[in-house]
Ligand binder design. Structure first.
Ligand code: PEP
Ligand code: MG
Length: 854
């Protein structure tokens, strides 16, 4: 490798590593490098490379630089104990970075007052590299040349004992309990590595289903170990007994970290490395339906509409593969060829879709992971097939990642499963399965459940319909599908897995049905119905630009729910009078790092421009629940839907919220935007946001006030709408969450999907209560949840006193046409009757009787 220069990741006083007040770093146990006592609060990348891992406590991260050097950047001394407090990660594992990219931001006051020292280390942790040319004992600027790294894999070959050579001579294994508070973070990992490196043979640490090379600090940190974990030390080669004893003893004694009282009791024994669950042992969906076999599957209505199309399967269930192979001489080249095919496919996808290049690049990095290949080759060496070996290794790693508390890791697990499928497809000689960003036109995608982030990348027009085996009717993926106008049925059950790729199907989002291989006359009738519907829609669209008044002249405003910049022009064409809910989190789902204030500002301004002077209600980030953000590590929660969501996240991460508020305040013209806050339960939460808004407004020197509204989606908020109305300028009811919380039915749960109906009289009574409460202060009440897009709900909501509906753009023209035919008096009468029923079904019958054509 040619030498590479690492730039200073921080500005501050540069110092030799030996002066660091931490013996493990000072003695070079972690690696060779230098330190900086920082004067800035942002850690930046010292080189071009890839993020190998960001520690779950966000105080450290490792990068792989060109040539293979692994660089650990560790902020402060004893900062792991802050458990992430005061640190904000701006990158995630697998992300490519350039020199100077922001990696981690930190609160200098908080970290400085709580940690032993802010002195931060930059060290090269893998074998075979040396550093020189260190700039030390003076002030250094961020980005200035800090040290040079020499060496590389070839040089390493001379220093690391080849594993195969060490194998003869025995093997040994011991298990010990990790009794230190923060698991194997940099310092204890370095102590373990130092002991392992003294042994010429292999040393591996196993924890739960995962394993790591004990000679790699990065691999050990990546195990994600925590207090109480049982670690198995396994060594091979002469002297294996001795080294496992030494390392187990070190683990027992805490590897230099203080032992935690009461953690002595060993946790249950580590599970042995498990073979993949044989598919036969899983609840089997049954064999694929035969070609041409006519089948009707029933699910739950999610997005109305019908479509005819061809099935593209996106199930994650494990493929059956033969275990026995034809020997390493055949299987190893097969695997290598398949990996090359998939790698080439990823490069091609990155070229065709440059906007998603980072995702494909991250997949390539995963494919390149030597542990994956080594794991699979080890199985092949014992006679397994390449398919079995790859599946087993990929699954073990994916399961291990999924089990980590960090939600970003769980996302890497999904990536690995995706790669597992792609490589298996390549091994079977089939073309790699298509991603959603890559669909042929007229596709009807069948999947267990589709993620919002997958839909965010779908080009318009290709996706004709969606059928999900699981999922609920108001999940965020469904909301995106509705915005795309894609008929969707959820909760079809596992029978959906039996539908073969390429089958002709009719998806009926009006009835919640999927017809597999229907007779020709049904296909023809559906095509005719779809065409007739398109004609009606065109008629409604012609009048869409006119304002919406009921038959008696009552004015009802119809706004659009938007989730991406490109939704806005279409919404105007459909007749939207503004945007009543901009789900800002959707703008940033596909990203690897938090959007800067400037980026947000640009996106909001573009949407405001596209709305051509119409009002724009911007909802502050509503992450958590079924919308985790990879770059915002929230703690793993037992029940995230009842935990850190909406405003709770904003108040916990005030800088995130303030940046968003500033971005909104900068949009011109000043009166165009309103701010809406999700998941409000008490007036004090809205008051806290108002204080932030006022402070940021003052800091920006903006004189004009901005309207601040509360979403009513927590039942308590509906009940005390009269109190919330005192501090809110407007209220907007989120019927999706309100229904989920009132009925105690998870909006993503297929088992309750058919009963999760916003027209339940319990929900309607709360809506009435919210409207009555808001009236005390003369506040308007909008509905921006899914009920606003439901033609059966619209008359009832209007009858209950709602004057603004914010719907998915695809239905706006039709909704306006429908409302023009309604009379307020009738709506009130039917709504009153609906409040006095027992069920949503009864309410739907009342509506159908009152307005038979709905
Ligand atoms: C709602 O809950 O109804 C709502 C509009 O918010 P979201 O669907 O984004 O949670
Ligand atoms: Mg909501």
């Amino acid at each position: 490798m040619t030498a590479i220069t690492l730039a200073a990741p921080l500005a501050g006083w540069a110092m030799p590593l030996e002066e660091v007040p931490d013996p493990a770093f000072a003695q070079g146990l972690v690696g060779a490098g230098m330190a900086i006592d920082p004067t800035v609060n942002e850690l930046r990348s010292p080189c071009d490379g890839v993020v190998l891992s960001v520690h779950r406590a966000r105080h450290a991260c490792t990068l792989r630089a060109a040539g293979g050097a692994e660089v650990l950047l560790h902020l402060g001394i004893d900062t792991v104990g802050l458990n992430g407090e005061g640190f904000t990660a701006h990158v995630r594992d697998g992300q490519p970075v350039k020199t100077g990219d922001l990696l981690i931001g930190f609160d200098m006051d908080l970290v400085g007052s709580r940690a032993q020292s802010l002195v931060s280390m930059m060290v090269v942790v893998n074998d075979g590299f040396t550093v020189d040319g260190r700039t030390v004992n003076r002030e250094i600027a961020a980005g200035e040349a800090a040290m040079t790294v020499h060496g590389g894999p070839e040089s390493a070959a001379g220093t690391a004992a080849p594993a195969a050579a060490a194998a003869p001579g025995g093997a040994a294994e011991r298990t010990a309990t990790l009794r230190i508070a923060h698991g194997l973070h940099a310092r204890p990992a370095a102590a373990l590595v130092a002991a392992a490196k003294a042994h010429p043979g292999t040393v591996t640490i196993l924890c739960r289903d995962r394993s790591a090379n004990a000679k790699s600090v990065v691999a050990l940190m990546g195990l994600g170990t925590t207090l109480g974990d049982r670690l198995t030390v396994r060594a091979g080669g002469a002297g294996a007994e001795g080294v496992v004893d030494t390392i187990a003893g070190l683990i027992d004694s805490g590897l230099g970290d203080p032992l935690v009282e009461g953690a002595q009791t060993p946790a249950p024994a580590a599970a042995p490395l498990a073979a993949p669950v044989p598919p036969a042992a899983e609840e089997d969906a049954g064999p694929p339906f035969a070609e041409g076999e006519e089948v009707l599957l029933k699910g739950t209505i999610a997005v109305p509409g019908q479509a005819v199309g061809t099935v593209v399967r996106r199930f994650s269930s494990r493929m059956r593969v033969a275990e026995e192979g034809e020997g390493p001489a055949v299987e190893e080249p097969r695997l290598r060829r398949a990996l090359e095919t998939v790698t080439a496919g990823l490069a091609e996808s990155a070229r065709r879709m440059p906007e998603h290049a980072a995702i494909f690049q991250a997949h390539r990095e995963l494919l390149d992971d030597p542990e994956l290949l080594d794991g699979a080759l080890a199985d092949i060496a014992t006679g397994k097939s390449a398919d079995w070996a790859w599946q087993r290794t990929a699954q073990l790693q994916a399961d291990a990642l999924a089990a980590l508390a960090d939600p970003r890791m769980a996302e890497r697990a999904a990536d690995l499963r995706d790669l597992e499928r792609q490589v298996l497809a390549a091994l079977s000689g089939k073309p790699p399965s298509v991603g959603l960003a890559d669909l042929p036109a007229g596709s009807i995608v069948l999947a267990d459940e589709i993620l919002p982030s997958e839909l965010a990348g779908v080009p318009a027009g290709r996706l004709a319909g969606i059928g999900m085996a699981h999922g609920g009717p108001t999940s965020h993926a469904v909301i995106l599908a509705a915005a795309l106008g894609v008929p969707t049925v959820v909760a079809l059950g596992r029978q959906a897995e039996r539908v073969p790729d390429g089958a002709a199907v009719v998806i009926d989002g009006n009835r919640g049905e999927l017809h597999v291989s229907p007779p020709e006359d049904m296909l023809a009738a559906t095509r005719t119905a779809v065409a007739a519907r398109a004609v009606r829609r065109e008629e409604n669209r012609r009048l869409a630009g006119e304002e919406c008044r009921m038959a008696d002249g009552t004015r009802i405003e119809i706004f659009a729910n938007l989730g991406r910049v490109s939704d806005a022009p279409g919404a105007v064409i459909e007749g939207a009078e503004g945007c009543g809910l901009l789900r800002t989190e959707f703008l940033f789902l596909e990203r690897q790092s938090a959007p800067s204030e400037d980026e947000q500002y640009r996106q909001y301004q573009q949407i405001a421009d596209a709305l051509e002077g119409r009002p724009l209600v911007i909802r502050t980030l509503d992450v958590g629940g079924d919308k985790p953000l990879p770059y915002l590590p929230l703690p793993k929660e037992e029940n995230p839907v009842l935990g850190l969501r909406g405003v709770r996240v904003g108040l916990r991460e005030p800088e995130l919220l303030r940046a968003q508020i500033r971005a909104v305040l900068r949009v011109k013209p000043a009166g165009i935007c309103r701010i809406m806050v999700p998941m409000i339960a008490s007036p004090s939460e809205l008051q806290a946001v108002r204080t932030m808004v006022d402070e940021e407004r003052a800091a920006l020197g903006r004189a004009e006030p901005i309207e601040l509204g509360a979403m009513i989606e927590v039942p308590a908020a509906a009940l005390i709408a009269d109190r919330i109305g005192a501090v809110a300028d407007f209220l907007s009811i989120g019927t999706n969450d309100l229904t989920q919380y009132v009925l105690a039915m998870d909006r993503g749960n297929p088992y309750v999907a058919s009963q999760l109906d916003a027209l339940h009289p319990g929900v309607l009574r709360l809506i009435r209560q919210a409207v009555t409460g808001a009236a005390v202060h003369g506040r308007t009440v909008a509905v921006c949840g899914g009920a606003a897009s439901d033609p059966m709900a619209a008359p009832l909501l209007i009858g209950l006193g709602v004057t603004e509906l914010s719907a998915t753009p695809a239905v706006i023209a039709d909704l306006k046409a429908q409302i023009r035919g309604l009379r307020l008096e009738d709506c009130r009468r039917v709504a009153e009757a609906a409040l006095a029923t027992d069920s949503a079904d009864e309410v739907r019958r009342l509506v159908a009787e009152a307005w038979p054509v709905v």
